[in-house]
Design a protein around this ligand. Structure first.
Ligand code: SAM
Length: 248
C-alpha cells in the first residue's frame, strides 16, 4: 500500500532542489563555467549539433529545466528564422535570469522567438504533440519522478519528434574516474562554498550525480517511456552522456 511516504520523500527532494537553484540563480552561469572548467559549453554545443535544427522550416523546440536559457540561445543561434524555443523551468529565479539574458541579447526584439514558462517537467503545462524536439540538459537528474518526466516528454512531442537529454553520467576510464571523484567531493563543494556560499547544496548535487541511473539503465527507461531508436553517447570519458530517442 502507498502510505504517502514515497510521495513525501519525492516532494522533499524537489523542495531541496528548488532552494539550491533559487539561491544560486544569479551566479549560476559563472558557477557552471568554474565547476566544469568551461566544458559545459562544449557538451551543450554537441547536444545542439545532434539536434540540428532546420534552416528553412518552422521548428518548435522545448527546452525543459532550461534555467537561464543557455541551451535555448544555442538552439536559436543554430536554427533558421522560424525556430521558436520554449524554455520551461520549475524555478522562477532561474527563468528571470534567462529572460534578462534574452533581453540583453535582443532576442525578444526579433519577435516571439523565445518564451519562458514556469512549470514542472513531471506535468508539463503544454498541449499534446506541439513540439518538434525536446531537450533537457543537466535537468532530469533533479526531477524526482523521472518516468513521469519521460512520459510527458513523449506526450508533448509531435510524431517524428526528437528527445535529447544531456546529463552527468559515470566515468569509466581508469584514473580519470579517481581524478573525477577527488574533484567532485573536494573541489566542487569548495567552489560552492566560496562563490555561492553554500557547500552543502553542492555536496548534494554531487551525490545526485552518483545516484543517477547508469547509461544502459537510463536508456531502458527512455525505451519504456515509448521512445524508439534510443542511443546513448558518452562524452569526455563518460563525465556526461547524451541520450537520444524518437517518438514514432
Ligand atoms: N539546462 C540548464 C543548463 O544546462 O544550464 C539548467 C540546468 S540546472 C543544473 C537544473 C535546472 O533544473 C534548474 O534550473 C532547476 O530549477 C530545474 N528543475 C529542477 N527540477 C525541475 C522540475 N521538476 N521541472 C522543471 N525544471 C526543474
Amino acid at each position: 500500500a502507498d502510505f504517502g511516504f514515497e510521495r513525501v520523500a519525492l516532494d522533499e527532494k524537489q523542495g531541496r532542489v528548488d532552494s539550491v537553484f533559487h539561491s544560486v540563480a544569479r551566479r549560476y552561469d559563472i558557477m557552471n563555467d568554474l565547476m566544469s572548467a568551461g566544458l559545459h559549453r562544449a557538451w551543450k554545443a554537441q547536444l545542439v549539433s545532434m539536434l540540428r535544427p532546420p534552416q528553412n522550416r518552422a521548428f518548435a523546440h522545448l527546452d525543459v529545466a532550461g534555467g537561464t536559457g543557455d541551451v535555448a540561445f544555442r538552439v536559436l543561434a543554430a536554427g533558421g528564422p522560424r525556430t521558436r524555443v520554449t524554455v520551461l523551468d520549475i524555478n522562477e529565479s532561474m527563468l528571470r535570469v534567462g529572460a534578462e539574458r534574452a533581453r540583453d541579447r535582443k532576442i525578444d526584439e526579433v519577435g516571439d522567438r523565445i518564451a519562458f514558462v514556469t512549470g514542472n517537467a513531471e506535468a508539463l503545462p503544454l498541449p499534446d504533440a506541439a513540439f518538434d524536439a525536446y531537450t533537457i540538459a543537466f535537468g532530469i537528474r533533479n526531477v524526482p519522478r523521472i518516468d513521469a518526466a519521460l512520459a510527458e516528454a513523449r506526450r508533448v512531442l509531435k510524431p517524428g519528434g526528437r528527445f535529447l537529454c544531456l546529463e552527468f553520467s559515470a566515468v569509466d576510464v581508469p584514473l580519470l574516474d579517481r581524478i573525477y571523484d577527488a574533484y567532485s567531493f573536494n573541489v566542487i563543494p569548495r567552489i560552492g562554498a566560496r562563490v555561492a556560499g553554500d557547500a552543502e547544496s553542492y555536496r548534494y548535487l554531487v551525490e545526485s550525480i552518483r545516484k543517477f541511473p547508469t547509461r544502459g539503465a537510463f536508456a531502458g527507461m527512455i525505451e519504456r517511456a515509448g521512445f524508439r531508436h534510443v542511443t546513448d553517447r558518452p562524452l569526455s570519458g563518460g563525465i556526461v552522456a547524451i541520450h537520444s530517442g524518437w517518438k514514432v
